[in-house]
Design a protein. Structure first.
Length: 457
């Protein structure tokens, strides 16, 4: 396994810091390090063939906090995990592979967050956060159109709302009921994409003219230059509590963390090889969100207007008997993504949640935004020792004028048992159905049975 030397050095420094402070479970000034985290096992099986393993992950999450000074706070979070994917495992092909344990016992170390808070920096009402941090914007449930500062982490496509941390600065100024936040992230980081069959959810199949078949498909990604102008992301947000609602307005200037093709070269016929050149377009994003309750019903709304730069597309098929065509891969016309939702808890312990989303993570331009209806219901029993989720999932609609050929359905019922405090065991299944024209319809053959266990400390 290749270990990032910078992360390894940071881990060593962190451990030395731990040694210099006594361990304690308290979180108060100058009292030592407060530890918490969890151990989680996540196993998934397909319904195809002989119940093949589709996901196998054991994750140790470690969080540590310490207040070294009265006006300072340190926080870090590491993931240590073993994760075997069907498109990677097994890696053992010869007897020599058995001599390297990493071939059959892979593991990874992921620094999710590591930052220092400085309270009252320069002014009493100004706080500064420095380091790797997860900066979550938006009030909707996991699917947030305004949450664009950190790159998406789509490694597990079913872990909605998961992002990587970003190295940067965040300044928060408190002006009475108004909070003004300014964020600067100097280096651009792209999104982590799902692998295997799940990758097709975000990339529809390529359509070729009649008589041609696809051979090899390669691509080259053009990353932004590694300087403070090309790779930087800047965000500003104002938020306040008004008339019983948390309201905020935001603006971001950054890049889309998913690629767009700006050049495609086709060679050969009737078997065509395709080589693509991909870039991350710049864009401005203006957002707003609000959350509160109406007669005890929790409600939220969130919207973001995207102003992308135009990305021209050059298609060169001269080596396949064609010519050179110029078109637009991404227009500079603004488009809007939004979400509205509600939740409610009944006196008998039943909790319901529903939201409507217009425009998923990977969708761009007005004519390509689809509609998603997400829903869930859970019921806690036996003094909260048992939680039943009989209804959970979503519906995707690509075209309301032809729903029969443009829909996808996800159902994911689950039962969770809490045998002791801080421990939980969950079993459920995920069933998908739909048409290939939709994102989740393209992965409809990936129904899964899953078993999860988690202990928090």
């Amino acid at each position: 396994m290749k270990v990032n030397k910078g992360l390894l050095l940071l881990l060593v420094v962190f451990l030395l810091l731990c040694i210099s402070y006594p361990l304690t479970a308290q979180e108060s000034y100058n009292s030592g390090i407060a530890w918490n985290g969890y151990l989680q096992a996540d196993n998934r099986l397909t319904f195809e063939d002989d119940f093949d393993l589709s996901w196998h992950e054991y994750r140790l999450d470690l969080k540590a906090e310490v207040d070294p000074f009265e006006d300072a706070h340190f926080y870090s979070e590491f993931w240590l995990s073993t994760c075997d994917y069907p498109w990677e495992f097994p890696e053992i092909q010869t007897s020599s592979d058995l001599m390297d344990k990493d071939n059959f016992s892979p593991w990874s170390m992921d620094l999710r967050e590591a930052y220092v808070d400085l309270y009252g920096f320069l002014f009493e009402n100004l706080d500064l956060r420095i380091g790797r941090q997860r900066i979550a914007w938006g009030t909707a449930d996991k699917l947030n159109p305004t949450d664009n500062l950190n790159p998406d982490d789509l490694e597990d496509i079913w872990d909605f709302g998961r992002h990587l941390g970003s190295d940067g600065l965040k300044a928060s100024c408190y002006l009475g009921d108004l909070t003004l936040t300014i964020v600067y992230i100097p280096i651009f980081t792209p999104a982590v994409l799902p692998g295997g069959d799940m990758a097709s959810a975000l990339s529809p199949p390529l359509e070729l003219p009649t008589g041609l078949t696809l051979g090899s498909q390669t691509d080259t990604i053009i990353m932004p230059e590694n300087n403070l102008m090309e790779g930087a992301t800047v965000g500003v947000k104002s938020s306040m509590y008004l008339l019983g609602y948390d309201i905020s307005l935001s603006y971001l200037y950054g890049r889309d963390d998913l690629v767009v093709a700006r050049k495609v070269t086709l060679t050969g016929a009737p078997v065509v090889d395709i080589a693509s050149e991909l870039v991350f377009p710049r864009m401005h994003i203006a957002g707003m969100d609000a959350a509160g309750d109406i007669f005890g019903v929790g409600v939220w709304a969130e919207a973001a207007v995207f102003f992308p730069e135009e990305i021209p597309l050059t298609t060169d098929s001269t080596a396949a008997g064609g010519g050179i065509e110029e078109s637009i891969a991404l227009s500079d016309e603004p488009y809007v993504k939004y979400v509205v939702g509600l939740d409610y808890t009944f006196k008998n312990g039943i909790y319901i949640n529903g939201q409507y989303l217009h425009g998923f993570i990977h969708e761009r331009e007005t004519e390509n935004l689809e509609d998603y209806f997400m829903f869930g219901m859970e019921w806690k029993l036996l003094n909260d020792r048992l939680k039943i989720i009989p209804i959970s999932g979503g519906v995707e609609i690509k075209d309301f004028n032809d729903i029969e050929n443009n829909y996808a359905l996800i159902l994911a019922p689950e039962i969770t048992y809490y045998p002791v405090d801080n421990a939980e065991i969950a079993i459920g299944f995920r069933w998908l159905e739909g048409k290939d024209s939709t994102a989740f319809g393209r992965v409809k053959d990936n129904d899964e049975l899953y078993l999860k266990a988690k202990y928090s400390f």
